[in-house]
Design a protein around this ligand. Structure first.
Ligand SMILES: [Zn+2]
Length: 227
């Protein structure tokens, strides 16, 4: 359990930083503050604890660090530990941990910026195919679903981003067909309810929503409830 907490926290902060970067030099340089460029020491990089210890600011320049870091780390840790307490109904731990690790940072990033970085989709695609041993890759069915997703995109261009279509396309290739269909349907059920509630209570006219948080919510609904 302790190991899961540490792994979840470390992976979350690494992958969230990776989500935000747009060049590969990220992997070779040391972490530094975005504002004063001071290099961060190991004690600044402990997930959650460093953030709380420094009250969410850089130790050198007091620059306010985005709360999203804390949020990604806590959410990932909770989802890492959860299967120990509540068993998964779709019992595929490898796929579960892969999806938590990548989809959580992606959700928060999409929520903050309305963007889905391609390098994270490629990472999910390659590590997904590798970890599932190509088990769920069925050329005919997957090609059909990808085609349907693109037709869906052409019909609802105003409402849905192309990044979401790409993410669904990757998901269909690395998950079983029934799992994918549940996830896709739950996304629109959960998303639909959220939009209706927001329009009712916030009196906002919603034109575009970041979809990845809803895809994440429905992935975990599928893992815990659908099977
Ligand atoms: Zn700083």
């Amino acid at each position: 359990m302790i190991l899961l907490i540490i792994m979840g926290g470390v992976l979350a902060s690494f992958l969230y930083a990776l989500t935000q970067t747009d060049n590969i030099s990220f992997l070779t340089r040391r972490s530094h503050c975005d504002s004063c460029r001071n290099e961060l020491s190991i004690s600044d990089l402990i997930p959650v604890i460093s953030f709380l210890k420094n009250a969410g600011r850089c130790r050198h320049c007091q620059f306010k660090i985005s709360n999203s870091y804390l949020f990604v780390e806590i959410l990932t840790i909770v989802l890492f530990v959860l299967p120990v307490i509540v068993p998964l109904s779709y019992d595929n731990m490898l796929l579960y941990y892969l999806l938590v690790s990548i989809i959580i940072p992606l959700s928060i990033y999409d929520y903050d910026t309305m963007l889905i970085p391609s390098h994270m989709l490629i990472l999910l695609f390659i590590s997904g195919l590798f970890l599932t041993d190509l088990e769920y890759l069925e050329a005919g069915t997957d090609l059909f679903i990808v085609a349907v997703l693109h037709i869906f995109y052409l019909l609802f261009k105003e409402k849905i981003g192309y990044g979401d279509i790409q993410l669904f396309s990757v998901l269909t290739m690395i998950t079983p067909l029934d799992f994918f269909i549940f996830t896709f349907l739950f996304t629109y059920i959960i998303g639909g309810f959220a939009v209706i509630l927001l329009e009712l209570f916030a009196h906002k006219n919603i034109t575009k929503v970041p979809l990845v948080p809803f895809i994440a919510a429905s992935l975990f609904t599928t893992f815990y409830l659908a099977f």
